[in-house]
Design a protein around this ligand. Structure first.
Ligand SMILES: Nc1nc2c(ncn2[C@@H]2O[C@H](COP(=O)(O)OP(=O)(O)OP(=O)(O)O)[C@@H](O)[C@H]2O)c(=O)[nH]1
Ligand SMILES: [Mg+2]
Length: 246
């Protein structure tokens, strides 16, 4: 896949959103590649996408032994083969228009462009507070490690240069939290320090259709990404919530 951008979309049981997402991206970005990285949904999403007959839109059924939201994203970035990648959710919480703005930033010399949520409070107090606290904790960890921080290190919307981040994933895959949800945090943690990072603000929407897959495990895996202290918190959290590490 030469040139331009691949939009990498991790999916799990997104049948109600997936065809509309493919259509929205295609009408706005005729030249971009789209790849849905699916974790054994078995809900008919594959047939919907293959039925479109669009040679630039792929549906990848992932290895059931390597399941995980971050693992799906890492595989998508490693395999896409275009100059740039963008990662976004399939439930329309991320506005499709922002992909073009992030592409513009990469074309203007940015190495990593992070979608920054400007209205996290819209998701309710508990998730706002959790996201805020995790962002501070993660940035402190990145800072202490001498890594680049971000105004939204918990974001699931970001774009970057494959030539920089595909090798980072290849080299550090074994140390990354592949079953976790915060792929960006691992890219900041293991990525080079001297890169140009930019941010694009956006309003976080409510999920369009279908059900959220968020669970206490997200908190557990995110803690595990934040060093010795984070892993300690993860153990306590897992004990309190009765989470067994599988
Ligand atoms: N490949 C893969 N994708 C997943 C997995 N879990 C969730 N996803 C996808 O990741 C994206 C984000 O998941 P959501 O369930 O929307 O989680 P969220 O946006 O953090 O939470 P909400 O705000 O409640 O929607 C969606 O496109 C999901 O389909 C998984 O285990 N594997
Ligand atoms: Mg969502």
């Amino acid at each position: 896949m030469p040139g331009t951008m691949t939009v990498v979309i991790p999916t799990f049981k997104e049948r109600d959103n997936i065809a509309e997402m493919a259509a929205a991206l295609r009408s706005m970005y005729p030249d971009f590649y789209i790849v849905f990285m699916d974790d054994c949904s078995g809900d008919g999403s594959a047939e919907l996408i293959r039925g479109l007959g669009d040679p630039k839109t792929k549906f990848v059924e992932r290895d059931p032994d390597d399941r995980g939201l971050s693992a799906s994203i890492f595989q998508g970035i490693e395999e896409c083969g275009t100059d740039y990648f963008a990662v976004m959710d399939c439930d329309f919480q991320h506005p499709v228009e922002i992909i073009g703005r992030m592409y513009g930033q990469l074309e203007n010399g940015s190495d990593l462009c992070i979608g920054m949520r400007t209205d996290r409070f819209a998701l309710g107090f508990v998730r706002w507070a959790g996201s805020w606290a995790f962002s501070i904790f993660a940035n402190l960890y990145l800072f202490c490690k001498g890594r680049r921080t971000s105004r939204d290190p918990m974001s699931g919307l970001f774009a970057g240069k494959c030539s920089i981040y595909a090798p980072v994933i290849r080299e550090h895959s074994g140390s990354m939290e592949r079953r976790g949800w915060k792929a960006l945090l691992d890219l900041l943690k293991f990525g080079p320090r001297g890169v140009k990072i930019t941010h694009e603000g956006y309003k976080f929407q409510k999920r369009a259709r279908g059900e959220s897959h968020i669970s206490p495990r997200v908190v557990y895996y995110t803690f595990r990404q934040c060093g010795v202290l984070g892993r300690g918190f993860a153990r306590v959290y897992a004990f309190v919530k009765g989470i067994k590490d599988v």
